[in-house]
Design a protein around this ligand. Sequence first.
Ligand code: AHR
Length: 513
Amino acid sequence: MKLSTCLTLFFFGLTASICNAQTTIQLHSGDGSKNPVISKYIYSHFAEHLGNGIYGGFYVGDTSTIPNTNGVRNDVIAALRKMKIPALRWPGGCFADTYHWKDGIGPKDKRPEIVNKWWGGVTEDNSFGTHEFLNMCELLGAEPYISGNVGSGTVQELADWVQYISSDNKNPMSALRKENGRDKPWNVSFWGVGNEAWGCGGNMTADYYANEFRKYSTFMANSGGKIFRIASGASDADYNWTETLMKNIPHNLIEGVALHHYAIIDWGNKGPAINFTEKQYFQIMQSAMRMEELVTKHSAIMDKYDPNKKIALVVDEWGGWYDVEAGTNPGFLYQQNTIRDAMIAGTTLNTFNNHSDRVRMANLAQCINVLQAVILTDKAKMILTPTYYVMEMYNVHQDATLIPLTIKTDDYTLGTDKLPAISASASKDKAGVVHISLVNINPNKAEQITINLGDIKPAQITGRILTSAKLQDYNSFTDPDKIKPAPFKGAALKNGDLNITMPAASVVVLALN
Ligand code: AHR
């Protein structure tokens, strides 16, 4: 990677710098009273019964020699607590619309073994079910987000599940829960009403699904407290899907509409997770950064029907999707995670922050050992990926107040194509600390950035950076700490502005006290 050069000129006692790159950012701090709060749920995750996501990833069972608490790996619990995981979506994905929750309760030796039809055709022994998931969420300090089965389930089955989990009244479902060892109900607000109803969730049309949603959500009463019902949303730019749901579902029955968008080159030719070319990097970033357009356009449709922004846009699946690693089961979606993934995570989270008036939850796909994972495990070993560190660095934005910004940035060009080199977002937390997260996606050039802070007058600036010599670098089980955040010293105040030299392909988070 080349470092950007600044030529400093001295004339008439004045100095001026001419840099070969320049980005300017203006923060619009104001009094902040009208700015949205960045929901912590934007930093949520997704765990499906897929490959080694649950089994071997989160859960090893309580007889395992791998240190665990009630079967959940202790190393995973510690890492995810440190990252501050706010919510976890489960059990799918496509798996959700084949999942019958009563298979996963009661004595384990009585639970039926089923075939995981979507993911590798492997046997699912149902040893990880409702109790195991909800108890695990308590250990993680994460709120559960349960995806209900609409594709192959019934209204009664989903209504019973809600009651089983959250009812404290006398009724057959809470009696069954007590019989299975849990006296007090759990507090579950987030419920998905099916998943990808346009595809693996039942191949429905938007009109048909809107009617199904109305029916299911009518019977999903949470006697314990609030319920947040999330409609299976559009894939990518299917704006008709969002429009149909917003128009046809009464707004007292729905709290969120989903959207799924993966960063992918081509479904038939996804390219490798590690040894990719710069062209493949550029293509993935083009796809990832399309999130900005998708969120803007889906939000505009929602604004038409819900101008007060009562209903949330929930991006409950996002991330990079590549070819599986050689020698692994193609149905397990196991891929390594490089600096490229840090670029995807940093830019996408900036987009979500900047649209936090409407985007109030997002779930990275997926948490462990699947797609753009934050954790990879190999038996007793565990490593943290570059994506983990971006999530951990950005957690300062959770529940902070957005500071809107405008940005004028150089392009990162490849051939005749171009992308904005710098992405940014900013917020002020409850203690008054301002955080600015920046990503330079250009792998070939450092960038000089000037941030006009408006009326923010910091006494002290600290920062952390995540980068590596090559885009293709990654943490492995033999070199687990190759990539991790380091202190960042490249920011300085000058005449009230913040001047930053941002290395190529890097993520920086600054704290202004
Ligand atoms: O995350 C993997 C799969 O991608 C999910 O099961 C499905 O919802 C999506 O198509």
